[in-house]
Write a protein that binds this ligand. Structure first.
Ligand SMILES: Nc1nc2c(c(=O)[nH]1)N[C@H]1C(S)=C(S)[C@@H](COP(=O)(O)OP(=O)(O)OC[C@H]3O[C@@H](n4cnc5c(=O)[nH]c(N)nc54)[C@H](O)[C@@H]3O)O[C@H]1N2
Ligand SMILES: Nc1nc2c(c(=O)[nH]1)N[C@H]1C(S)=C(S)[C@@H](COP(=O)(O)OP(=O)(O)OC[C@H]3O[C@@H](n4cnc5c(=O)[nH]c(N)nc54)[C@H](O)[C@@H]3O)O[C@H]1N2
Ligand SMILES: [Mo]
Length: 691
């Protein structure tokens, strides 16, 4: 018996990107542990990833290529050989490519966050082919855009500083579920006397454990930030020196903020004026005292119409108060912009001939149903899905299903399991998991470049995404030498070693050590140096003006809310949000029995008053509906959801729900103010007792 330990990295779409130690005995991975020496992982894993081997060796793993024999959506397949699979894909793609390659669409997101198994060989393949480009907007692009307009890049407070803060504002995030290792540091700060404030319409697991919880109406964060600015300016709790040296547009911002009295803010946000005033004072005073006041803003604020603006407004606060001066102050939305990822080398955009059209992944429902037109371009004739499960995760799901059900659409899905999306595939290709392939990772929550070694051989006939695209490139006759790069060769190109932040990046040594911290200052904007066009934090943004947006912080009301759309609210009076369930990672893990058991079944959290008004009692099955569709869930009568709000933790596999549906039946394809992102949490519904 031989036992070894292999250094690996968690590939999940989560800010924590943990360093893993995989125990391998006689070629079988027997345990996955958090590396105790990695500073942010600190030897701790979430429940999901500590069950990683349960998922890897799951009896339902796809181990052979499959060809559809039933109807689309039925999920009936026969096993075929790799040669048959690759030949039939090439035979279908070649004539489409000869007519117009833009009729072929890649569809992928972050099933793995790996730089190699994500967009490297796959992008080379689609670039050489001339396929439509995919705008990968489904998660973070609204907030990232708003943050970039203001701060310049998605660079912020180092996660390893938060334990030193005296005030932490957790704004639109539920880190106990979705950013556990940040929460460990927030807990440490709390033990050191820090105050924790949660801003969230829902009393999430995290909000419950904070000192203070401001339960505003969904989609009103931009207004709250303006109200805070109002009080900070009126009560002179701003840092005039920092403002003069490192910001742009303070006078114009002042005029705007003065319109947002605490009373007006309170009215829009559905909270009290006292809450606005007290939070502003707490924040301003903490900064004035020279203590760390840090905002952990997360993606929950930006899944609404004005989501980009909300993040932008929040991002003005630390410059207004000079909170950036303190290493444990400032703000973190994402650390992704800190990494000098060498996308040109990985993805080879130079292989593109011309500029293909771009299709937005968030409107895949409508786009698969569009005919050819001058405006749209050619009808989509083939989709190749990898690292994503659009049938479960994309908004307005009945449209998505209709699109994928098109008999004339050729669909290939690379997957680990027979997901809702696989059910619609013509050809299914079995992919390797993180334990079976090599990868390099940047992160969006901390500042370490990470390496993943393959711990075990591929299961069955599974192949890595990279290998699948290499073989497809061969079948399509692509002869550029870049299609022969090995995974190690790709990983070696992941970071730009000439960039001062990744200095000394060397793949072979990163593989041995597992991680390496970027060279970054402790407090990135203590002395200004914002990577914006002006070099300052931009309260006034010319770039926004040029893009047709309000150049100053403003409030953009949701598409769907009682205040902004009373006619719609007369029929559908309840706001629905569907944030991540703790034991799933988007739709990943829903098929792992022990984790699904922990979530039980699809639930809807609903306030007692809203329940009794509808004759709904504890344990009832309810139907949640609007004009787009409906799904059923078991009600939990609870004041965790404020009045007028219902919460359906997500993202369930449709086929594992009793009605074969999930929350995305009722979400819409409308897009945010910036970043072309979806508005999952901007949804009005009505709820009734299910028949
Ligand atoms: N366990 C687990 N962890 C995950 C994930 C998962 O599915 N499961 N998903 C991963 C991914 S892909 C992402 S993007 C992140 C997402 O994780 P977060 O960035 O934390 O964002 P969300 O989960 O969308 O929402 C977090 C909180 O925002 C609240 N919220 C909803 N609408 C609003 C609003 O309008 N304003 C405010 N202030 N709050 C609002 C929700 O009630 C929720 O408690 O987590 C990652 N981590
Ligand atoms: N209602 C509602 N909908 C949401 C959200 C919400 O909060 N509410 N959250 C949204 C957000 S933030 C996001 S990021 C998206 C996430 O949407 P997706 O990125 O589609 O995430 P997952 O649902 O986890 O699906 C990823 C799939 O990739 C597969 N996979 C993993 N690794 C590999 C690999 O190496 N190779 C291949 N071929 N496949 C692999 C997994 O098995 C899994 O089925 O969902 C969005 N949808
Ligand atoms: Mo996400």
């Amino acid at each position: 018996m031989t036992t070894t330990q292999v250094r690996a990295t968690c590939p999940l779409d989560c800010p924590d990107t943990c360093a893993l130690l995989v125990t391998v005995t006689d070629g079988v991975a027997t345990a996955v542990k958090g590396d105790p020496d990695h500073p942010t992982t600190a030897g701790v894993l979430c429940t999901k990833v500590s069950r990683f081997t349960e998922r890897t060796y799951h009896a339902d793993r796809l181990l052979h290529p499959l060809r559809r024999v039933g109807k689309k959506g039925e999920g009936k397949f026969e096993t075929i050989s790799w040669d048959e699979a690759l030949d039939s894909i090439a035979a279908r793609l070649a004539p489409i490519a000869a007519r117009n390659p833009q009729a072929i669409l890649p569809y992928s997101y972050c099933g793995t966050m790996g730089l190699v198994q994500g967009e490297s060989m796959s992008s080379r393949f689609f670039n050489q082919l001339g396929a439509s480009l995919l705008d990968r907007t489904i998660c973070a692009s609204a907030g990232a855009t708003g943050y970039r307009y203001t701060v310049g890049a998605t660079v912020g407070t180092d996660m390893e500083q938060f334990q030193n803060a005296k005030l932490i504002i957790i704004w639109g995030g539920n880190p106990i579920a979705s950013n556990l290792h940040f929460w460990m540091r927030a807990q440490e700060a709390k033990r050191n006397g820090a105050t924790l404030v949660a801003i969230d319409p829902y009393r999430s697991l995290t909000a419950e454990k904070c000192h203070q919880h401001i339960a505003l109406l969904p989609g009103t964060d931009a207004a709250l930030a303006l109200g805070l600015m109002h009080v900070l300016i009126k009560e002179d709790l701003v840092d005039h020196d920092y403002i003069a040296q490192h910001t742009l547009g303070y006078d114009r911002l002042t005029q705007r903020a003065l319109e947002w009295t605490p009373e007006r803010t309170a009215e829009v946000c559905g909270i009290s004026a006292t809450e606005v005033i007290e939070l502003a004072r707490l924040y301003g005073q903490t900064c004035r005292n020279g203590d760390g006041a840090a905002i952990r803003a997360n993606y929950g604020v930006q899944r609404v119409r004005g989501g980009g603006m909300a993040v932008r407004n929040i991002a003005c606060l630390p410059a207004l108060t000079g909170a950036w001066r303190h290493a444990a102050g400032g703000m973190q939305l994402s650390s992704s912009g800190s990494f000098p990822v060498n996308r040109k080398a990985l993805q080879r955009p130079d292989l593109l001939k011309g500029t293909p059209r771009t299709i937005n992944m968030s409107t895949i429902g409508d786009d698969l149903l569009k005919a050819s037109s001058a405006e749209f371009g050619p009808q989509v004739e083939a989709v190749i899905v990898y690292n994503s499960n659009p049938l479960a995760v994309a908004p307005d799901s009945s449209k998505v299903a209709q699109g994928f059900a098109r008999e004339d659409l050729f669909t290939v899905v690379l997957e680990h399991f027979q997901t809702d999306t696989v059910d619609y595939a013509d050809i299914v290709l079995p992919a390797t998991t993180q334990l079976e392939h090599v990868d390099a990772h940047s992160t969006y929550g901390h500042l370490y470049m990470m390496a993943n070694n393959a711990a075990v051989a591929p299961l069955g006939e599974a192949k890595a995404n990279t290998e699948i695209f290499r073989l497809l490139a061969q079948r399509m006759g692509f002869d550029d030498p870049c299609f022969q790069d090995s995974d190690d060769a790709l990983a070696a190109q992941a970071f730009d070693a000439k960039d001062a932040r990744a200095v000394h990046f060397d793949w072979e040594s990163l593989k041995r050590t597992g991680w390496q911290k970027l060279a970054m200052p402790d407090a990135p904007f203590a002395d200004g140096g914002f990577p914006t066009p002006s070099g300052k934090c931009e309260f006034y943004s010319q770039a926004m003006q040029d893009a047709g947006l309000d150049p100053l912080p403003t409030y953009i009301a949701p598409y769907e809310s009682p205040a902004s759309n009373p006619e719609l609210a007369a029929r559908f009076p309840l706001a629905m949000i569907s944030p991540p369930a703790r034991n799933f990672l988007n739709s990943t893990f829903v098929n792992v029995k022990s984790l699904r058991a922990a979530e039980g079944e699809p639930h809807l959290d609903m306030h007692p008053d809203d329940c009794s008004a509808r004759g709904i009692a504890v344990g009832d099955m309810v139907r949640i509906f609007n004009d787009r569709g409906s799904f059923v869930a078991k009600v939990r009568v609870t004041d965790k959801a404020r009045r007028g709000l219902v919460v359906g933790l997500s993202v369930w596999w449709k086929k594992l729900a009793s009605d074969g549906k999930n929350a995305n039946e009722v979400t819409s394809q409308r897009l945010t103010d910036m970043g072309r992102a979806p508005t999952f949490y901007d949804t009005l519904v009505e709820v009734e007792k299910a028949a």
